[in-house]
Design a binder for this molecule. Structure first.
Ligand SMILES: Nc1ncnc2c1ncn2[C@@H]1O[C@H](COP(=O)(O)OP(=O)(O)OP(=O)(O)O)[C@@H](O)[C@H]1O
Ligand SMILES: [Mg+2]
Length: 611
């Protein structure tokens, strides 16, 4: 697996707007909502600033004994508060809603893209890494898009309007109070970055602590038998101590943040008091206005802190934005070529004998022609493989582990594409046929069949979504799965549990077989389970397979002697090459690897099954 896919939280980088270009496009359908949010943010900013102005009026009215003016301020105050409350409720609602919708859209598009990508993409990316793209990255971007819009609009409007109000009243005091803003900004930003980085370190170390716990609990028997307790304790002590230090650093920054901001604000308050007193005495401003200056001297920290926080969050989301962009812009390597797409568009008909690409629907021959393949192109694991198969023929692939059997069937299924050579469907390169048509003609049963959470019927129908209940029952009957399904508590409506845990391996295989045959595939691919099932199920499965394979092209990675023996051709695959090929008796006669395998393994295994 490629390195780098484990590094989820990259350190803060310089800010690049271009990183957000692709994800910002998800906001476009909701532009109206964003504009509304900005308008509401401006209203909130304006009304919040109105409150201290009202206080100033009340104080001045009290100072001059103007009771009428003081009373007049009451309804104005009530009105301001009512509008503020309504506006705050409105924006929480709007921002929450738009974030949820943007997150949904990003998730949907990322998921669609993941579904289109070829197996090779998944080979190098751990499942956990992909899961975080669909969960934490999507949510992070969507949340920031909503809240940052709101906070940045509110914060900048607040600072701007406060500045205007202050400078209109008293230039000197305004310069003192507004002079604290750059200091607040620098301090706010400095602490936010430190807090974010230390929080990340703690999180990272914490996951290491969890992993260590997990390993030592799971591996407790091995540890004890190998007398490794002391080593383990030492390792654990080291990560735990690291986490303690990092947590303490984080706590320290957290503890210093608010007091630092407080000190800067009190500089503004002290300056305003120092010069303000003189100005009141000189009659430049009233006491009410002075109290307003002092209020703003402490209030300004709010918008500055929020903006510093949001800017840091945006910066920290840059890596998420880049990863999502990367995923969305990854073009599937295995997909219909331009020529195929043109042919599909040009044909557009639905004659019974033709596929959507206008070529024959029925497959009469599959041919591998000098196929060489490597998961990494410079390291081939299959060399110059050639083979021709016709309907009704069953090919059994046998050979040592890692030989290349699964690779051959993966290529046949077009999960990967040959590095050299071609795979032909009749006379056409499989790459010149419609991918979705071709894969709909394949029936695949994997070694460990995967069932989805849901009922037995739903799992069978997964092979052809429009299949009727009768068709589901027919497919089950064809593979002889009907007997056991009828015995289940709710028959076809029985829940199989997550991944099919409520069924036995043999039962899962029978359902997977039914799911594969329900679409009436022309090419049947099966990786036989090595895990032993009971003799009765074994016999059922064997019987089922024989009925399924009739008239089809079949590739079976075979472990059971019964399957191998009845195959039309057995291929021995070793080190990426076909070393022997023929029928059971022929291969025994050659006295090569197959004969050896038969003597050492297959016979005894089969006898064991019968025992
Ligand atoms: N996704 C992959 N990425 C990289 N290398 C792979 C991948 N899958 C298989 N290989 C390698 O390709 C070679 C052939 O593997 P393959 O799975 O085809 O063997 P196999 O004959 O099916 O073995 P088994 O009987 O154990 O299933 C092996 O060396 C294996 O390590
Ligand atoms: Mg395999």
């Amino acid at each position: 697996m490629a390195d780098g896919y484990y590094e989820d939280e990259a350190p803060l980088q310089g800010f690049r707007l271009s990183s957000f270009r692709r994800v910002l496009a998800f906001g476009r359908p909701y532009l109206g909502v964003f504009v509304l949010v900005i308008v509401i943010a401006l209203v909130v900013a304006g009304f919040e600033i109105g409150l201290p102005l009202v206080f100033a009026q009340v104080i001045d009215a009290a100072d001059t004994g103007d009771a009428e003016r003081a009373w007049l301020m009451m309804p104005i105050y009530a009105f301001l508060v009512a509008v503020l409350v309504a506006a705050i409720m409105a924006f929480i609602n709007l921002v929450g809603g738009v974030s949820a919708r943007v997150a949904h859209d990003i998730r949907r598009d990322s998921f669609d893209r993941l579904q289109d990508l070829e197996f090779g993409y998944f080979d190098v990316r751990p499942t956990g890494w992909l899961m975080s793209r669909l969960t934490s990255d999507c949510n992070k971007i969507a949340r920031i898009m909503g809240w940052a819009t709101l906070d940045l609009a509110w914060g900048s409007a607040t600072i701007l309007v406060v500045a205007v109000v202050l400078f209109l009243n008293d230039f000197v005091l305004a310069s003192i109070v507004m002079g604290t803003v750059p200091l607040l900004a620098v301090a706010g930003r400095w602490f936010q970055v430190r807090l974010l980085e230390t929080a990340r370190l703690v999180r990272k170390t914490n996951s290491r602590v969890t992993a260590t716990y997990n390993e030592s609990i799971l591996g407790v028997r091995t540890t004890k038998t190998l007398v490794q307790e002391d080593n383990n304790a030492r390792d654990f002590e080291a990560v735990s101590a690291r986490m303690m230090n990092e947590s303490m650093a984080h706590a320290l920054y957290g503890a210093a943040f608010m007091p630092t901001i407080g000190v800067i604000c009190s500089l503004g308050v002290a300056g305003a008091l120092w010069f303000g007193g003189d100005h009141v005495i000189a009659g430049v401003i009233t006491i009410g206005i002075l109290s307003m200056f002092m209020h703003f001297a402490t209030f300004l920290q709010e918008p500055v802190k929020e903006m510093a926080r949001q800017l840091t969050m945006i910066q920290s989301a840059q890596a998420s934005a880049e990863r999502i962009t990367d995923l969305l812009e990854t073009e599937p390597k295995i997909r219909d070529s331009e020529a195929v797409l043109e042919r599909i568009a040009a044909y557009g008909g639905d004659e019974p004998g033709l596929a959507c690409d206008g070529l024959p629907n029925h497959i009469r021959r599959v041919r591998f022609e000098g196929v060489t393949f490597g998961y990494k192109p410079d390291r081939p694991v299959l060399h110059d493989f050639s083979l021709a198969v016709e309907p009704g023929q069953t090919i059994a692939l046998v050979g040592p582990t890692g030989g290349g059997k699964s690779t051959i069937v993966s290529l046949l299924c077009r999960f990967y594409e040959p590095t050299h050579g071609r795979i032909l469907i009749d006379e056409h390169d499989v790459q010149d046929r419609s991918l979705s048509w071709y894969q709909s003609r394949l029936g695949i049963v994997l070694q460990q069949p995967h069932l989805f959470t849901g009922t037995v019927a739903e799992n069978i129908r997964y092979g052809r979504l429009d299949a009727s209940d009768d068709a589901v029952a027919e497919a089950a009957a064809l593979v002889r799965a009907d007997a056991f399904i009828d015995r289940l508590k709710d028959g076809y409506q029985t829940q199989v549990g997550s991944g099919g845990v409520l069924l036995s391996t043999g039962q899962k295989q029978l359902i997977a077989l039914a799911r594969a045959v329900i679409a009436d595939p022309e090419i049947f691919v099966m990786d036989e389970a090595t895990s032993s099932v009971d003799t009765e199920t074994e016999r059922l499965i064997q019987d089922a397979i024989e009925r399924v394979l009739e008239k089809r092209i079949a590739f079976v990675i075979a472990h059971r002697l019964s399957t191998i023996r009845s195959a039309d051709r057995i291929l021995v695959i070793q080190n990426g090459r076909m070393t022997e090929s023929g029928r059971h008796e022929e291969l025994l006669g050659q006295n090569g690897h197959y004969a050896q395998l038969y003597r050492d393994h297959l016979v005894s295994w089969d006898e064991m099954q019968r025992a």
